[in-house]
Design a protein around this ligand. Structure first.
Ligand SMILES: [Zn+2]
Length: 339
């Protein structure tokens, strides 16, 4: 089969890779209907995370081709959506809704789903079957559910976005835009998207942002305070992961408010005294996308949401290198790859 390998920073190629096979009795093998490039794939691409000859990709939807002998609920022919951590969905952590930290979690990034086929560990716990074979127009939205929508949804849920509340989203990448969509669906009254990019501002408005602020850092905090009676927002989602964006998010949250942080942090160090006096609720980390998948798939199936709009470039898997370049140069918000 064909699959994407990152040999070194900036060096991505689609090449022949061994076909996956069932290795454990709880595995499934899927044929991908679509895959995509994640904002987090840019960290190794830019040399900020170490990389050497790594298979890439952790987002996937497709058709089950084969299952191991212990797989009970998923069967060949099912169209399935999974997320970036395989999980058993039965352990005490999974049952509490934190499948991304399952005691038996398997990282899908190590498998590399930017490929024609993929082995999925813990298939019964990890994969969620759609109600039927999706029509082509739903493919991008189901693809978004695999990571960015689920991650944005977790951010908005952790931030307790809801009726009567103001939600601020720091970060206008795909996850930030999906957090805007989630806050809207969860009933937030006012949604403030922090963005200075006209195309992303337009998408944020499409997904439900009521206000757009271009300021960053402490200027961004001041602008949020001006819109919130000087006290900050009830609910803030951080979707970048830098020192500046984390502090901006913390400082934009009112005392007693909630911050959901879902940007993978790089070199972030938080001052303890400031955290102490911020007096806010914080929950973040790798999103337990599996918790939300049945709900998100149903909303997509019912045409209630169209998260697939976040993909603004579609390329064949063979042209993955161009997709990485487009995202690195911010010519594309998110790239869908067709295998
Ligand atoms: Zn578990």
């Amino acid at each position: 089969m064909r699959g994407v390998i990152m040999h070194a920073p900036g060096e991505v190629r689609t090449e022949d890779r061994p076909d996956p096979a069932i290795e454990e009795p709880t595995d499934a093998v899927i044929r991908l209907a679509a895959t995509c490039i994640c904002g987090s794939d840019l960290w190794p691409y830019r040399g900020i995370e170490k990389v050497q000859d790594s298979p890439m990709g952790h987002e996937y939807i497709g058709v089950v081709e084969e299952v191991g002998t212990e797989v009970r609920t998923i069967k060949p022919g099912d169209f399935v959506v999974g997320s970036f951590w395989a999980s058993d969905n039965t352990c005490v952590i999974c049952r509490a809704g934190f499948q991304s930290r399952c005691v038996n979690a398997v990282p899908m990034g190590a498998i590399g789903t930017q490929a024609q086929r993929a082995r999925i560990a813990l298939a019964d716990g990890t994969l969620v079957a759609t109600p039927g074979t999706p029509p082509p127009e739903l493919i991008p939205s189901l693809m978004a559910a695999s990571d960015v929508l689920g991650t944005g949804w977790f951010g908005a849920t952790a931030a307790q976005a809801g009726p009567g509340k103001t939600t601020v989203v720091v970060g206008d990448g795909a996850v930030g835009l999906m957090a805007v969509l989630a806050a809207k669906e969860l009933g937030a009254e006012r949604i403030i998207a922090m963005s200075r990019n006209p195309r992303r501002q337009e998408l944020a408005r499409h997904f439900g942002a009521t206000d757009i602020l271009p300021q960053r850092g402490d200027e961004g905090v001041e602008a949020v305070k001006e819109l919130t009676g000087g006290v900050g927002a009830h609910s803030v989602v951080e979707a970048v992961g830098t020192q500046e964006s984390m502090l901006q998010a913390i400082r934009s949250t009112r005392p007693g408010g909630h911050l959901g942080f879902v940007g993978v942090t790089h070199e972030v160090a938080l001052p303890g005294m400031e955290l102490f006096f911020a007096e806010i609720n914080m929950l973040g980390g790798p999103a337990p996308v599996r918790r939300f998948l049945p709900n998100l798939i149903q909303r997509i199936w019912d045409r209630q949401i169209d998260p697939g709009r976040v993909f603004d470039l579609t390329l064949p898997l063979e042209d993955a290198a161009e997709g990485y370049r487009a995202m690195d140069e911010r010519r594309a918000v998110k790239v869908l790859l067709t295998p």
